[in-house]
Design a protein around this ligand. Sequence first.
Ligand code: FPP
Length: 265
Amino acid sequence: MKAIELIKPAGRGEASLLEEIDLNRLPRHVAIIMDGNGRWAQKRHLPRIAGHRVGVKIARQAIETCARLKIPALTLYAFSLENWRRPQAEVDFLMRLLREYLKKELPSINKNNIRLLMIGRMEQLPEGVRKDIEAAMRLTSKNTGMKLVVALNYGGRAELVDAFNAILDRVRLNGLLAFRADEETISQNLYTAGLPDPDLLIRTSGEMRVSNFLLWQIAYAELYITDALWPDFSREKLLEALLNYQQRERRYGGLGNGRERGKSD
Ligand code: FPP
C-alpha cells in the first residue's frame, strides 16, 4: 500500500507488482542496455529514428520509476563507442535527441534531486553535446537523490584502459616503484568510482550479450534479459524485472543461506 502512494499504478498488473515488491530489498544500482529501438520501428515500417524517439520516453519513465522507488543509482547505456559505425544521419539524430532530452528534462531532474553523471570518453563527443552535459552535471552536482548515470561514447574495455593509464600516470609521477594495484585501486579509477556495482543488469530485446558494458562492475550482477524491445519496456515490465531480482538467491561464489564456512546455522 505504501508503494502505491509512491507510484500511482496505471493498471492492475502494476498495482499487484508494487504490492509484491519489497521496498527494503531493492537493488542499489540498476544498469540497463536499452536495445531494440530500430527493430521496434522496422516492425512498424517506420524509420529507425522513430524507435529512438519512443525509446527516450521509455527511458524517462524508467528514470522516474527508479527515482520514486529510491533506487540509489541507475545507469543507462545510451551510446557505445561502437555506435559511431551507424549511418551519420542516425548518429546525428541520437546526439540531437540527447540534447533535446537534457533541455526538456533537466529542470525536472534537478527538482527531483537527481544527480546526473555521464560515463564514457566525453572528450570525443561533439562540442555542443559535451557542453550541455557538463552544464547538466554542474547544475545537479549537489543533488543527493538518485544518481542517473548516462553511458555515452562508452566502452567497457576502453574504460579499463583509461583506468590502467590513470594508475600508471600516478605511479610514474610519484615514483612509486613498489606500488601494487588491487581491486580497490582499479574500482577507484573507473568512470564509475564511488558508485556501488550494479546489482541488476537488464537487457531488452533478447540478445544474450553484455556488449562491452560495465565489464568490471557487473562481476556479480544478476542478469535479466527480456525479449521485449526497449520501446515496449513498460513500467510494468521494469517492475517485473525488479521482482524477479528479489526472487533470486545471491551467493557471490559462496553457498548462500548462511551455509558458508565460519557461519553458524
Ligand atoms: C538501441 O536500439 C538503443 C540505442 C542505440 C540508444 C538510443 C537510446 C535512446 C534513444 C534512449 C535515450 C536515453 C536517454 C538517457 C535520453 P538499437 O538502435 O540498437 O535497436 P536495434 O538493435 O533494434 O537496431
